[in-house]
Design a protein around this ligand. Structure first.
Ligand SMILES: Nc1ncnc2c1ncn2[C@@H]1O[C@H](COP(=O)(O)OP(=O)(O)OP(=O)(O)O)[C@@H](O)[C@H]1O
Length: 361
């Protein structure tokens, strides 16, 4: 970099290591432009090769994304990880949502710390059915109420460390919970994971236009960065209301309906819940399913707003195990099956003879 003088750089300089160095609009007239364009300032980033090597023994790497915060991305990441571990797979969960790490709580690991050994950071293991190891920035914070207020280069540095320094061992699945949006951190994550053969992304949205608007950006981001999309999960789509003791009032008379109707209704409600849209999308034909179709990616189904799911996230447990008949349990299982079906086949690490194209589920 000897012939590049940073003190003479133009305003808006993209940096000598950028792909655009010497060719960006801001480079016009800069005395460094020729040297930058020659690649003299470009240092070789070895991170992708290290990430690839670190994750070489992970069969399926699944990234969970959402354009908007609070739509249930961590919930889906944690419950998918729980479910896969309960099926007997070796699972890792990497929480790179640096500014809002909710994974430790959702997996019942609040207050736990990480250990470093000669082979890297060791994941923290969940005390549940199956093998589930976790790494989260939450483990590095002194307490839950401490905010991470870092500038992008520092956050990117930590993400790189998380991707390169955790000793996952052999895993069937690594689920990666990411920060919302298409921020600098997400671009870092997507870039490195793509080079490490990421299997694909689960994109989570609620049905409101305000969430879908950001998710469309996310889907465009995936297309641009060639990150495969396993599908879109619609979360908090409906509310199921268990109705008991309902009375029907005749609008004209204000009287209770006949006992016969009440009786039939009571019988019906023994086997049915009432299901209403939690958020009405502006146009029913422009909801998440239509959005997925427009982007030619699978629609993985809709999860209802389910108080049992909220409770399970607070308690750090697998909800389908704790309350198998709760409203979200079946739709969640359906979405999980669709995710597994969408995964590209991957060879078993170290097994050259078992690449029959079948995904082990
Ligand atoms: N289907 C659901 N039913 C009930 N509660 C839900 C459901 N999905 C998510 N929640 C609850 O909504 C809250 C927000 O979810 P979560 O933290 O997963 O969102 P997020 O998209 O990861 O947010 P952030 O981007 O801020 O990390 C949590 O309390 C979670 O338990």
């Amino acid at each position: 970099m000897s012939n590049i003088d940073a003190s003479k750089a133009n305003a808006g300089c993209v940096g000598p290591s950028s792909e655009e160095a010497g060719r960006a609009a801001a480079c016009a007239g800069c005395p460094n432009a020729a040297a930058c364009a020659s690649g003299a300032g470009r240092t070789i980033d070895e991170t992708p090769a290290i990430v690839r090597a670190r994750l070489a023994n992970v069969r399926h790497k699944i990234v969970v994304l959402s354009g908007k915060g609070g739509v249930g991305k961590s919930t889906v990441a944690c419950q998918v990880a729980f479910a896969l571990a309960a099926k007997g797979h070796a699972v890792g969960l990497l929480d790179v949502d640096i500014c809002g790490p909710s994974v430790p709580r959702m997996l019942g690991l609040t207050g736990r710390g990480v250990h470093r050994s000669s082979t890297g950071w060791s994941p923290v293991f969940v005390d549940s059915k199956g093998e589930l190891g976790v790494m989260s920035v939450g483990f590095l914070l002194p307490d839950n109420d401490n905010a991470v207020i870092w500038r992008a280069p520092r956050k990117n540095g930590l993400i790189k460390q998380f991707l390169t320094e955790v000793d996952w061992g052999d895993l069937d699945f690594l689920v990666i919970d990411t920060p919302p949006g298409t921020s600098d951190e997400q671009i870092t994550i997507a870039t490195y994971l793509k080079l490490a053969d990421v299997s694909g992304a689960i994109v989570v949205t609620t049905p409101q236009e305000i969430s879908m608007q950001d998710v469309r950006k996310e889907l465009n981001f995936c297309a641009k960065s060639k990150l495969p999309v396993l599908g879109v999960v619609e979360n908090m789509a409906t509310v199921r209301t268990p109705l008991t003791d309902v009375r029907f009032i005749d609008k004209r008379t204000g009287n209770d309906d006949t006992p016969a109707i009440q009786e039939r209704l009571a019988e019906f409600l023994q086997t049915h819940d009432v299901c209403v849209d939690a958020f009405v999308p502006p146009d029913k034909n422009a909801g998440p399913e239509a959005m997925a179709k427009a982007f030619r990616v699978p629609y993985l189904g809709a999860l209802p707003l389910d108080p049992e799911l909220t409770k399970a996230c607070e308690a750090g447990v697998y909800f389908a195990d704790a309350t198998p008949n709760s409203p979200a349990a079946k739709p969640f299982q359906k979405a999980l099956d669709a995710i597994l079906a969408a995964l590209p086949p991957r060879p078993v690490p170290g097994d050259d003879n078992d690449d029959d194209g079948e995904i082990e589920k």
